[in-house]
Design a protein around this ligand. Structure first.
Ligand code: ASP
Length: 401
C-alpha cells in the first residue's frame, strides 16, 4: 500500500474517531491522541531549516548563473501572483452567488477581535534582508533564509574550485535531510490521525451547521480552484497529466489538510516533487518561496469571508470595494505565514480596508480550523503546480538533470 493511501485511511479513521469521541471526548483526544500529531509535526519542522538552506544553495549551484536565477525568480513570482488573483476572484464569485451570509442573524455581542494593521511595504522589503543569518535560522524566518542561501550559492559558483569542499559539505547536508524526511514520513499516517482526531472531536456537527454555507463555499471553491487552475496549468504549461500530478502531490496535500501548515509541509512537498522527477535545482527554490508567499487557498477564503461579513451586516459593496478585496487579499495572502490560523489574522486586515466591522470575523473564528484545512491543502498544491510549470519551462531550454 502506498503512502498516500495510508494517509487517506488515517484521515478517514481520524474523522470517525473524532465523531465518536464528540465534544465530551474532545479533551481526551487533545491530551492523548493530539500528541501523536504534535510529535510528528515537530519532527518535520526539525528538518525545515537545514533542508531549505542546503537544498536551495545546491539549487543555485545547479542553476549555474545569476541570469538564469533571475529568470526563474521572475517566472515563479508572476505565476504565484496570477494564480492568487484567480483564487480570490473565485472566492468573491462564490460569495456573490451563494451569499453565505444572507439570512444569518447571529449575535456578535461580546465577541472582540483586534485588527492586524498592514505593515508598511518598505518594512516588509527591508525585513527580507537578514543582518544575522544564524538569527534568521533560529527564528526559521524563511524569506531571510532564502536570501542568505541565494547569496551563499552565488558565492560558491563565483569562487569555483576553492569552494568545492564547502559545496560538497552542503550537498551532503541536503542528502541527509532528504533521507531524514523519508524516515519521518513513514510515520505520517499516525501523525495525520493524531492531528485530525482532536479537531473533529472539538468541532462536531453542532459547531459546523450554522456556518455551513461558508464552509461549503470554501471547500467547493478550493476544490474547483485546484482542479481547474492547477489541472489546466500542469496539463498545458507543465505538460503533465493532471491525474499524475494530483496523485504525486497527494501525500503533501493530505498532510497540509491535516496539519494546516504549508511551511510545516514543505519537506514533504519537496520530497513529492523529487519523486515526480522535478529538477531539484528548481523545486528547492520555487517551493520554499511558495510556502512563504503563495497562498491561493487563503486568498480564496478571504474573498468568501469578506463577502460573508459584508452580507451579515447588510453592507452593499461597491465596485471599488471589490477591487480593494482583490488587491488587499493578494497582498494579505503574500504576507500570511504558512502556519495554522495565520490567514484568519490577515482577514482582519481586509475587513479594516473595507471598513467592515471586525466583530463579523469573530463568527468565522469558531470554524476557522475547519476552513484552514482545505485552504492550506490548496496553498501547498498550488506551490507544487507552479514548480512543475517552472521546471518544465526551464528544462525545455536546457536539461538540468
Ligand atoms: N494555514 C495556512 C498555511 O499554512 C495559512 C492560513 O492560515 O491561511 O498555508
Amino acid at each position: 500500500m502506498n503512502l498516500s493511501t495510508k494517509i487517506l485511511i488515517a484521515l478517514g479513521l481520524g474523522i470517525i474517531a473524532g465523531l465518536q469521541l464528540g465534544a465530551e471526548g474532545a479533551a481526551f483526544a487533545k491530551a492523548w491522541i493530539g500528541p501523536l500529531g504534535t510529535i510528528f509535526m515537530n519532527l518535520i519542522k526539525m528538518v525545515i531549516v537545514p533542508l531549505v538552506f542546503s537544498s536551495l544553495v545546491m539549487g543555485v549551484c545547479g542553476l549555474g548563473d545569476v541570469r538564469k536565477l533571475g529568470r526563474v525568480g521572475l517566472k515563479t513570482v508572476a505565476l504565484y501572483l496570477i494564480t492568487t488573483a484567480f483564487a480570490i476572484a473565485l472566492g468573491i464569485a462564490f460569495g456573490v452567488l451563494v451569499e453565505p451570509g444572507a439570512g444569518l442573524n447571529m449575535s456578535t455581542e461580546g465577541l472582540k477581535v483586534t485588527a492586524k494593521a498592514a505593515p508598511p511595504i518598505m518594512k516588509v522589503i527591508i525585513d527580507i534582508f537578514p543582518t544575522n543569518p544564524l538569527g534568521a535560522m533560529v527564528k526559521a524566518n524563511m524569506l531571510q533564509i532564502i536570501l542568505f542561501a541565494l547569496f551563499v550559492g552565488v558565492g560558491i559558483v563565483a569562487v569555483g574550485e576553492k569552494a568545492e569542499a564547502l559545496k560538497n559539505t552542503i550537498d551532503g547536508l541536503a542528502e541527509v535531510c532528504y533521507k531524514m524526511v523519508a524516515i519521518i514520513m513513514s510515520f505520517a499516517p499516525f501523525g495525520v490521525f493524531g492531528l485530525i482526531t482532536p479537531v473533529v472531536a472539538a468541532n462536531g456537527p453542532a459547531v459546523l451547521l450554522p456556518l455551513l454555507k461558508v464552509i461549503i463555499c470554501v471547500y467547493v471553491g478550493c476544490l474547483l480552484h485546484a482542479i481547474i487552475v492547477y489541472g489546466a496549468l500542469v496539463a498545458t504549461l507543465g505538460k503533465m497529466s493532471p491525474m499524475e500530478f494530483f496523485k504525486g502531490v497527494a501525500p503533501a496535500s493530505l498532510l497540509a489538510f491535516s496539519s494546516c501548515s504549508s511551511s510545516g509541509t514543505l519537506p514533504l512537498t519537496m520530497d513529492c516533487m523529487r519523486k515526480m522527477g522535478v529538477s531539484q535545482n528548481i523545486s528547492s527554490f520555487v517551493l520554499p518561496l511558495g510556502a512563504t508567499i503563495n497562498m491561493d487557498g487563503t486568498a480564496l477564503y478571504q474573498g468568501v469571508c469578506a463577502l460573508f461579513v459584508a452580507q451579515i451586516y447588510g453592507v452593499e459593496l461597491t465596485g471599488a470595494q471589490y477591487i480593494t478585496i482583490m488587491l488587499t487579499g493578494t497582498l494579505a495572502s503574500i504576507g500570511t505565514a504558512g502556519v495554522p490560523g495565520a490567514g484568519f489574522i490577515m482577514l482582519t486586515m481586509i475587513l479594516t480596508a473595507l471598513g467592515l466591522p471586525l466583530e463579523g470575523s469573530a463568527l468565522i473564528a469558531g470554524i476557522d480550523r475547519i476552513l484552514d484545512m482545505p485552504r492550506t491543502s490548496v496553498n501547498v498544491t498550488g506551490d507544487a503546480a507552479v514548480t512543475v510549470v517552472v521546471d518544465r519551462s526551464e528544462t525545455k531550454e536546457e536539461p538540468l538533470y
